[in-house]
Design a protein around this ligand. Structure first.
Ligand code: ASP
Length: 356
């Protein structure tokens, strides 16, 4: 993987943390109450969606330095929210059908079993930080739209236009290409082949990041600009606790990226963690929820010619014992992991392969 200069600098900063002496934990059983006594023996691990390699490097370093896993994952996803090149999260995210960026995010803190979330938030580039404040400073879990914006303003967040030029051009091309029967003229063929026009396809993307510290405490965050060119006000799975993410500090966590509607209809992250509680490995639990989504997908428009779900959906699962997996509806797919072996991308376990 080639890293641009900024990425390389961030990588080197994070990498120095990866070399620090780290506690080693052998496999610990998850469900025995005795585990609660085994503080200090868990293996520090951070996982994320594929776009989260830098995020987990930072999260891993912060946890190794003694920071709380929630601080660590929020610091990690903030890198991606701030990155104008990631068109699926925060600043630079692709907008709704009116050309306005609307963000969804949620955080969950294992030790307190508390969660906070915001949805359809405009003008604030770090919705995960606002979600955390919802969790910490209110008696609520989810704030949406104007209420979420007012809340963010009250906490001193600065408003800004989140639409970058690149995202605006992509949206404009999408709008111009919608119909030959409106007043927007279709851009010339060569424009369609280049740059922003490659984003004409409805496009999804998100970052989920989860981590566990040496005391066995788990936290996670999911943050996104959601489905590109969505109907204004559309909320996906990311800010919904039990769908976009879920943690049970005695068991593990799960978070998602991909078609939010399919996840919302099946509440997959909660389901996956419950399957892990029942003894399934992260990989088996993740594949099982994907099978459930597949069996519940009945509309023809969502199925391929072999009756398989014709959309992407991925889950990132972390077990209390440091076991982890990324699973995907379709191959190929990768996800990011950092543990005592370093930070890297690994292959997801996939339910379907277009070649088979
Ligand atoms: N799950 C997000 C949503 O539906 C989008 C994505 O992850 O691609 O809003």
């Amino acid at each position: 993987m080639s890293l641009n200069p900024i990425t390389r600098r961030r990588f080197l900063t994070a990498a120095s943390g990866l070399l620090a002496g780290l506690p080693f934990a052998s496999h610990l059983r998850v469900y025995s109450p005795a585990n609660r006594l085994a503080r200090g023996k868990y293996s520090i691990t951070a996982i994320a969606s594929r776009n989260g390699l830098e995020a987990i490097q930072l999260a891993y370093k912060l946890i190794s330095d003694g920071k709380d896993p929630l601080d660590a994952v929020i610091a990690g996803v903030t890198l991606v929210e701030d990155d104008p090149e990631d068109d699926s999260v925060g600043y630079g995210g692709l907008p709704n059908e009116d050309g306005v960026v609307e963000l969804d995010a949620a955080v969950m803190h294992g030790p307190s079993h508390k969660a906070g979330a915001v949805a359809a938030l405009r003008n604030i580039r770090n919705p995960s930080k606002v979600a955390r404040l919802v969790m910490e400073t209110t008696d609520h879990v989810l704030l949406v739209g104007k209420g979420a914006l007012r809340f963010a303003r009250a906490h001193g967040f600065k408003e800004q236009d989140l639409l970058t030029d690149k995202a605006r051009k992509a949206w404009l091309k999408w709008k111009q290409s919608l119909s030959p029967r409106d007043d927007w003229l279709t851009p010339p063929e060569e424009d369609q082949q280049t740059g922003a026009a490659s984003l004409l396809d409805r496009h999804t993307g998100t970052i989920h990041c989860a981590s566990i510290n040496s005391s066995g405490d788990i936290s996670c965050a999911t943050t996104t600009s959601g489905l590109s060119y969505k109907i204004p006000g559309r909320v996906g799975d990311s800010p919904i606790i039990g769908a976009g993410l879920y943690v049970d500090n005695d068991v593990g966590s799960c978070g998602s990226t991909g078609r939010g509607e399919a996840n919302l209809q099946n509440l997959c992250s909660f389901h996956a963690v419950e399957l892990m509680r029942g003894g399934m490995s992260p990989k088996d639990a993740g594949l099982e929820v994907l099978r459930r989504v597949a069996s519940h997908t009945r509309e023809e428009r969502l199925l391929d010619d072999r009756g398989r779900p014709d959309f992407g959906l991925k889950f990132y699962l972390l077990g209390k014992d440091g076991s982890y997996a990324g699973v995907s509806m379709w191959a190929p797919a990768r996800f990011a992991v950092a543990d005592r072996k370093g930070a890297r991308l690994e292959d997801c376990a996939c339910l379907y392969d277009r070649d088979n």
